[in-house]
Design a protein around this ligand. Structure first.
Ligand SMILES: Nc1ncnc2c1ncn2[C@@H]1O[C@H](COP(=O)(O)OP(=O)(O)O)[C@@H](O)[C@H]1O
Ligand SMILES: Nc1ccn([C@@H]2O[C@H](COP(=O)(O)OP(=O)(O)O)[C@@H](O)[C@H]2O)c(=O)n1
Ligand SMILES: [Mg+2]
Length: 239
């Protein structure tokens, strides 16, 4: 189980593979990523207990995060953890926080970080897979800091699906999943929250050289063509 290897911070910071991936990110040299990392990785001794590889998947509501995560899972075998799905599961299970979460989602606001991080943490600990796609998280600086403090690691990669607002609104209104927040009034609020609270997180990771900005306009396959090389470059490092 992943938890056994994941008393996290000490071995993460000393991990060769994580170091390589993060160094590559910092250098931010696309060509060297797509060709060079695989070469470098040949020299890496991958420990039996694998180092977790964490990708945060960010973007406004309806930008296509969940859709692309399905394709990343199919192609690269990640464990997909959607923060929104975990919160909706809490509502459905009538847990103690359920009513609070439902009201927060209806308002398009952000659930207290500790609640969301604990749900993610539980799933990570139960997972046999060491490669995680954490979708729709962190949505605020508070989310980001809580993850670092509770889980004790930083992401290796941050994907940002960059989509114009009018396209996001159109997609959300056509989503048809019966979600309480997929209506025009709540979408407007969520877009404001995205701009005010999530863009600073995106800028933070951009400054740290971890951000991969994807143009979210086009067909699902066209967008995945931009996503694919990001993971391809890390594939041999990650395992
Ligand atoms: N490239 C795309 N073009 C058009 N519609 C899309 C595209 N990607 C996803 N969708 C649709 O848009 C809606 C929102 O996508 P979703 O993946 O749920 O976004 P997010 O998780 O970012 O909110 C869904 O109905 C999905 O089928
Ligand atoms: N990190 C997170 C993620 C979602 N949420 C809540 O869950 C709602 C739905 O999130 P989601 O990721 O499923 O939404 P989409 O971006 O997929 O449309 C958000 O608008 C927030 O109210 C949160 O509070 N904190
Ligand atoms: Mg989603």
């Amino acid at each position: 189980m992943w938890r056994r290897v994941a008393s996290l911070s000490s071995f993460i910071s000393s991990s060769n593979s994580s170091f390589l991936a993060q160094a590559a990110c910092r250098l931010n040299i696309w060509e060297s990523l797509t060709t060079g990392i695989a070469q470098q990785a040949k020299g890496v001794i991958v420990p039996k207990e694998k180092t977790p590889f964490i990708t945060f998947v960010l973007g406004g509501p309806g930008s296509g995060k969940g859709t692309q995560c399905i394709k990343i899972v199919e192609t690269f075998g990640f464990r997909h953890l959607s923060a929104g799905d975990l919160l909706r599961r809490e509502i459905a299970s009538n847990s103690a926080d359920g009513a609070m979460i439902l009201n927060t989602i209806k308002e398009g606001k952000i659930v207290p970080s500790e609640v969301t991080v604990k749900l993610i943490q539980k799933e990570m600990e139960l997972s046999e897979n060491h490669k995680f796609l954490i979708d729709g998280f962190p949505r605020t600086e508070e989310n980001r800091i809580a993850f670092e403090q509770i889980i004790g690691v930083e992401p290796n990669v941050v994907l940002f699906f960059d989509c114009p607002e009018e396209e996001m609104v159109k997609r959300v209104l056509n989503r048809n999943q019966g979600r309480v927040d997929d209506n025009l009034e709540t979408i407007r609020k969520r877009l404001k929250v995205f701009e005010a609270l999530n863009l600073p997180v995106i800028n933070y990771y951009s400054q740290r050289g971890k951000l991969y900005k994807i143009n979210a306009i086009g067909t699902v396959d066209e967008i995945f063509e931009q996503v694919h090389p990001v993971f391809r470059a890390f594939e041999q490092v990650v395992g």
